[in-house]
Design a protein around this ligand. Structure first.
Ligand code: PLP
Length: 396
């Protein structure tokens, strides 16, 4: 096996070349090692490998060459020392928390987050004696005030789902570190292309690879990135012993997804910006949220910490749920689905789907009104996407 690509290439180059482990066959494309186990030449070699004295693979729950290639490419892309892949994004989020916590600890998290992440922090961790406090992530005083002597970690997502709020990562990292806590950032919406949480002070970054990393709606997956020490101390053994490992097949699909990520995400972001311009001020829309526009509520933070906008556009249709449903049903090209980051443009109504579990008051706090829709802009021609949205708005 030979590893290729040095660290100092630009992100686009690393996405294509980094982390490749070429077998003696000299294949051009990354090989799919669809194997559970590995054979040893001698009994002594098996013993040495289990003792850690002989480098090499033992069992694909622990490590697999295709999964390794995906982890190495992600680490190179993010600029992280180490990465571990997981079966889903939620496995990555859950492990990043559980790996650092024990009964008696406390977590502070921004309340605007992906529905299942909120479940883990608010409902699941407390069952094991880990208390949690949810705060308005944009209010730095709220983070400070939530700190307790036993606070171990902060968790946030930015831009947030679905209202695309942007939280100041560097400022929250400083508050976490002053409190002796770590900061985990769910960077799904921005991708490593547009935002580098580790460079801004975060200790751990997590992804649902299901979104932009696959980018073509095929496989579930997740990744946890951080320093070598963080990954080895908090994550590595936990994955090895509890088994939320990524399948080699999914790793192969996601590895190939990374090759085209920069091209896709830039194009989808340009199209999303075009859509935002086309619908700004539309009489059927009461509010438009797009990171990168000067009217975004945290425009200054977007400027400071992001290198690009978003592949998502959120907007509030006049007429509440009825208006939002009419709009979605009138779309012809953009399909109704809760997924995002796909090559196909998708629309979702958070209040009745992803955030249905929350009370109306909790939704209101997060800016999720009954009229809010979120469009994940795909790779279709931007004019066709804009035409579809404008025609559907006419029908409202
Ligand atoms: C989708 C998503 C997750 C969960 O990922 P899965 O791969 O669906 O388990 C977590 N956080 C954010 C921000 C997401 O969009």
């Amino acid at each position: 096996m030979s590893a290729s690509a040095k660290k100092n290439y630009r992100p686009e180059t690393r996405l294509v070349q980094s982390g490749t482990l070429r077998s003696p066959f000299g294949e051009t494309s990354e090989a799919l090692f669809l194997t559970q186990g590995y054979v040893y030449d001698t009994a002594a070699q098996a013993e040495a490998r289990f003792k850690g004295d002989d480098p090499g693979y033992q069992y694909s729950r622990f490590a697999n060459p295709t999964v390794d290639m995906f982890e190495r490419r992600m680490a190179a892309f993010e600029g992280a020392e180490a990465a571990r892949a997981t079966a889903t994004g939620m496995a990555a989020v859950t492990l990043s928390l559980v790996g650092q916590l024990k009964a008696g600890d406390h977590v502070v998290a921004a309340k605007a987050m992906f529905g299942s992440c909120r479940y883990v922090v608010e409902d699941y961790l407390p069952r094991f004696g880990v208390a949690s406090t949810l705060v308005d992530g944009c209010n730095l005083d709220a983070w400070r005030e939530a700190v307790r002597p036993n606070t171990k970690t902060f968790f946030l997502e930015t831009p947030t789902n679905p209202a695309l709020e942007v939280i100041d990562i560097a400022a929250v990292a400083e508050i976490a570190h002053d409190a002796g806590a770590t900061l985990i950032v769910d960077n799904v919406f921005a991708t490593p292309l547009f935002q580098s949480p580790l460079a801004l002070g975060a200790d751990c970054v997590v992804y649902s690879a299901t979104k932009h990393i696959d980018g073509q709606g095929r496989c579930l997956g997740g990744v946890i990135l951080g320093s070598q020490k963080f990954i080895m101390d908090k994550i590595h053994v936990l994955i090895r012993q509890t088994g939320p490992s990524m399948s080699p097949f999914n790793a192969w699909v996601l590895l190939k997804g990374l090759e085209t990520l920069a091209v896709r995400v830039r194009r989808q972001t340009d199209s999303a910006a075009t859509l935002a311009v086309a619908i700004a001020g539309h009489p059927k829309i009461s509010r438009l949220i797009y990171p990168g526009r000067p009217d975004h509520p945290q425009a200054a933070i977007v400027q400071k910490q992001m290198r690009g906008g978003s592949t998502l556009v959120a907007f509030e249709i006049k007429g509440g749920k009825r208006g939002a449903f009419r709009f979605q049903d009138a779309l012809r090209l953009i399909r109704i689905s809760n997924n995002l980051g796909d090559a196909k443009s998708l629309v979702t109504h958070p209040a009745t789907t992803t955030h249905q579990r929350l009370t109306p008051a909790q939704r209101a706090e997060l800016g999720i009104s009954d009229g809010l829709v979120r469009v994940s802009v795909g790779l279709e021609h931007p004019d066709d996407i804009v035409d579809d949205v404008l025609a559907a708005l006419e029908a409202v």
